[in-house]
Design a protein around this ligand. Structure first.
Ligand code: ASP
Ligand code: MG
Length: 421
């Protein structure tokens, strides 16, 4: 039993769909394989924009139409017969999305409506993939992941009810997989009263890990446009190296520090059941890729991780007394209420600093909440560099070139907050 996850780039155009089908044919066969697919290309970003405009009561129809045409063009290339059922199903989805956008109360719970709207990307892509594989002779069932991954209603970052989810996936999907493939959506979950939730941006990797865990899969494959797990993002660094094999632990830490290659929540369920994760290139499926498993290496290439759009906030006590545990409690509570995550923190006698992702409205709420008790300063437009397993050369390479505002190091990890050059 295997699970394959295909991200947005692996279904971004008609050729990509053909390539995907070839991979499934060559590697997976026709049963005991569940496919998890993300929204096509940059669809999730487009839906976010559409949703924001709808909430601001601005005209969203132009982007909506563009996104629809983007899908339609691919579908027309894949299904020359325009009476094919896929057209009716997509039309149906598109109408229900439009109806939702027209009808939802904009003053109501923003995050809840966000999930209902954003989820259409995966509903479109999985519907197309289902029919396309079917047409290529790869018999499969389309499964609505919202009925299998049950979550609470923490909108945009839903928490999984593992016991329920595992029971129902084992009960219903295992028998089905004995006979054929399953195609389902990444990123989506559902509440027990039938509403859609999402698992956090880029959450399809996590979905795939949930299915792999619940099916006791022998392996999870994540197909990407890079050769495997690299020690740095090629967009930021020249001379990247691929890890042929790396431990769950190292990978979790890299994801935590912001390596965008795998969603941070993906590894934990796999590590629990010792399911190996293969990161492979859909452009070079025969390539070795990376195997992430229960292994241990003493010497591994330093990993360079950059988190963009960071903000450094410092709090000091108004009467120049020391920052106490009680003060810290107040600050942590406010951060957790506003779902602002600390990427790095530092404490001195009279001030406490945190580096967090920059969310304008949440930052302003934070200041409002705490300004009576603290003097608060902040810097925006920063980046956070992390070098895991650093060595003198790697420090020279990165740190020397930056305007550093804050630095922190442990035996294995060096982090700096710096300004854009
Ligand atoms: N489509 C979703 C996103 O872009 C989930 C994913 O791709 O993993 O965030
Ligand atoms: Mg993606």
């Amino acid at each position: 039993m295997k699970v394959f996850k295909f991200g947005g780039a692996s279904v971004k155009n008609a050729d990509a769909f053909h390539n995907l089908a070839n991979i499934v044919q060559a590697h997976g066969g026709t049963r005991q394989l569940l496919l998890v697919v993300s929204a096509m290309g940059k669809t999730t970003n487009a839906l976010e924009q559409i949703f924001e405009q709808a909430t601001a009561q601005q005209d969203y129809t132009v982007i909506l139409q563009q996104n629809w045409e983007y899908h339609l063009e691919i579908v027309q290339a894949l299904f020359p017969d325009t009476t094919h059922l896929v057209y009716t199903q997509l039309e149906h989805l598109s109408v229900s999305l439009q109806e939702y956008l027209r009808a939802f109360p904009v003053s109501d719970n923003y995050d809840k409506h966000y999930d209902q709207v954003i989820s259409y990307g995966e509903l479109f892509s999985s519907t197309i993939l289902h029919h396309f594989l079917q047409q290529q002779g790869l018999e499969n069932t389309w499964v609505d992941s919202r009925k299998y991954i049950q979550t609470d209603s923490t909108w945009r970052e839903a928490k999984v009810d593992w016991a329920w989810t595992e029971r129902v996936i084992k009960r219903d999907l295992l028998p089905l997989l004995q006979k054929q493939l399953i195609v389902t959506q990444g990123f989506l979950g559902g509440t027990n009263n039938g509403l859609t939730t999402t698992l956090g941006r880029e959450g399809s990797d996590f979905s795939a890990a949930i299915f792999a865990y619940c099916l006791d899969a022998t392996a999870l494959y994540i197909w990407k446009d890079v050769d495997g797990l690299l020690n740095a993002d090629p967009k930021h660094f020249a001379n990247t190296v691929r890890y042929p094999e790396i431990s769950y632990q190292e990978t979790i830490e890299m994801a935590y520090y912001g390596a965008s290659v795998i969603h941070p929540k993906t590894i934990q369920p796999l590590a629990t059941k010792l399911i190996p994760l293969y990161v492979k290139s859909f452009l070079n499926p025969a390539g070795e890729g990376t195997r992430i498993c229960d292994c241990q290496f003493n010497l591994i290439a330093p990993a360079y991780i950059v988190k963009e759009n960071q903000c450094l906030v410092s709090f000091s006590v108004k009467d120049f007394t020391f920052i106490s545990e009680k003060n810290l409690g107040t600050i942590f509570n406010a951060l957790s209420e506003l779902r602002l995550k600390i990427n790095l923190m530092q404490n001195s006698a009279i001030s406490f600093s945190i580096c967090t992702d920059y969310h304008e409205s949440r930052l302003h709420k934070l200041i409002q909440t705490l300004q009576d008790q603290f003097i608060i300063h902040y810097n925006t437009n920063l980046k956070l560099y992390t070098i895991k397993n650093y060595n003198p050369e790697s420090i020279k390479e990165v740190v020397a070139q930056q305007k550093v505002l804050l630095e922190q190091r442990t035996r294995t990890t060096l982090q700096i907050v710096c300004q854009y050059a």
